[in-house]
Design a protein around this ligand. Sequence first.
Ligand code: PLP
Length: 341
Amino acid sequence: MAVIKANAYGHGAVETARTLLRHGVSHVAVVSIEEGVILRHAGITGPIVVLGPLFHEQVRDLLAHQLTPVVSDIALLPVLAEAASSFPVPYPIHLKVETGMGRLGLSQEELAALFGSRRFPTTLQLEGLMTHLADTDGPSPDMTQEQLARFRDAIDTVTASGFRVPLIHAANSGGAIRFPEACFSLVRPGIMLYGYHTLPNSVAVPDLKPVLSLRTTVAQVRTILPGHKVSYNGTFTARRKTTLAVLPVGYADGVNRRLSNRGFVLIRGHRAPIVGLVCMDMIMVDVTHIPGITVGDEAALIGRQGNEQITAHDVAQWAETIPYEVLCSIGPRIPRQYLAA
Ligand SMILES: Cc1ncc(COP(=O)(O)O)c(C=O)c1O
């Protein structure tokens, strides 16, 4: 089950879903009905699982678009059961169990009450049972192992009451790489599909290749004299005669403002530091050391040029965040272009 929420971690959900389904992924997962409807409107017919919370008033829309809900709130079951009663076959749902993330899911007690009473609605099909692991990329395996033990208890509760659940799933990317016992019948990776991970160095990680590059074009080149300042609030002062390139991309496009006076881009195969505050739509970079820069040159904020590479991981370190946030933040104004593999 490929996790393609948040516009496929910034990569574009529709194209990513199409590609992954063509390559044999059985399910795609989004977080909201809205994300699922975008895929349906784009003509995607494969199974779409909605991971995020579901509200009573959304049930009609969910069923109308044949989206598979993850139910984390027991009060929703009768509403779903009633809405599904007009369907010729039981409607597939997944149940989520809370095992230690402290987020969404049924408690073990709720699960025991539901299956102990054998009152699982007949208009629904229990297609999946899942949990979410909180610490698969942490230094110690302990928390994950505790969660898995609780999840196995939950599976026992359900199977002991006679249910056979076709899809049992717990593992995100870290879980799938590091905990074979977490893989059950399905894995639910997100970040590793896009070529990244946040696992500790002690873990052997498959050879992941970043999928995305983020490129723009030099819009203006200017030379400033020592003492001149750059961008809002004048946080950068030139100490020498400095050549600047102005790039038409800013925090509205996902360039984190923390990269102000800290981040780099690549131009003509060289690293150019971001100088001054990141603006909403523009950044300025120091290209004094790079000969021959002209308007129209390509600048890579993420990607490779010659022997140099900047990854979302590098950007995340400069911005004190994680590659997930760097990728998800790439805004809607950035046109996505897809290259055939
Ligand atoms: C419920 C759920 N499953 C799976 C994933 C995928 O996680 P990752 O991107 O770490 O593989 C996420 C992402 O946060 C998630 O919320």
